[in-house]
Design a protein around this ligand. Structure first.
Ligand code: FE2
Length: 228
């Protein structure tokens, strides 16, 4: 089984200016014994051959991905190309991306942010291969619950990931994938549901600190802090 986290950001993401590099993220991923990761910057494909080779030396496979903003809503796309991204401008364009070896995921779809898909996930459900189970929840506050219901109703696999904006975001929620260490094989295994989420809730105090940080960033334009 491959240990995977397929939703992460770094300091070169133009939307979220973070405080750690791809190299630091890869080092941290290696310390968590992750086998597969994807750096999914907003609205562009991150792909740095030096870093991909660096990750490979550490035993980590990188899958090309991005978090697109379509009709104001975030959509995670994996194992895609720059040309794919150029061809997709709205949610209605998503079917163009759906190939055997690509994956379209609804990230944190029912979180209370304007960029989350919400009901648009339901009206575009046939365009999605999987739904994210986000690390950002506690025992008592869990916006993933609705996502779980939708995944069961529409038989979409759930993918556990961190959507890391701080390195400490990684490690509480991830996915084991029963596949060979090959992008296409990994995507096919996810689509078949040959996966298992490992997740544990955040502490309430950390969750509240992070919620405050998200509020100040989104509503007041504050920078993302180095730590919480
Ligand atoms: Fe994200």
């Amino acid at each position: 089984m491959l240990k995977a986290d397929l939703h992460m950001h770094t300091d070169t993401d133009k939307t979220d200016k973070l405080h750690y590099s791809a190299r630091q993220l890869i080092d941290h991923a290696a310390s968590l014994k992750l086998d597969v990761i994807s750096i999914t910057h907003h609205d562009e494909l991150w792909w740095d051959k030096k870093m991909v080779a660096y990750a490979e030396k550490k035993g980590i496979l990188l899958i090309p991905g991005a978090e697109l903003t379509l009709d104001g809503k975030h959509v995670l796309v994996l194992n895609i190309t720059e040309e794919d991204i150029a061809n997709v401008k709205t949610l209605a364009d998503l079917p163009k991306l759906r190939r055997e070896e690509t994956l379209v995921v609804a990230p944190h779809p029912f979180f209370r942010m304007g960029s989350c898909l919400g009901k648009k996930l339901l009206s575009n459900i046939s365009s999605f291969d999987a739904i994210e189970y986000s690390h950002f929840y506690t025992r008592f506050i869990n916006p993933n619950k609705m996502a779980v219901k939708v995944s069961r109703r529409y038989r979409k696999p759930m993918l556990g990931s961190s959507d890391s904006h701080l390195l400490v975001d990684m490690g509480t929620t991830y996915t084991y994938i029963d596949a060979r260490k090959d992008p296409r094989d990994i995507i096919l295994a996810i689509k078949k549901g040959n996966i298992r989420i490992v997740t544990r809730p955040l502490s309430l105090s950390y969750f509240l600190r992070k919620a405050l940080f998200l509020f100040t960033r989104i509503r007041l334009g504050f920078d993302i802090p180095k730590s919480l």
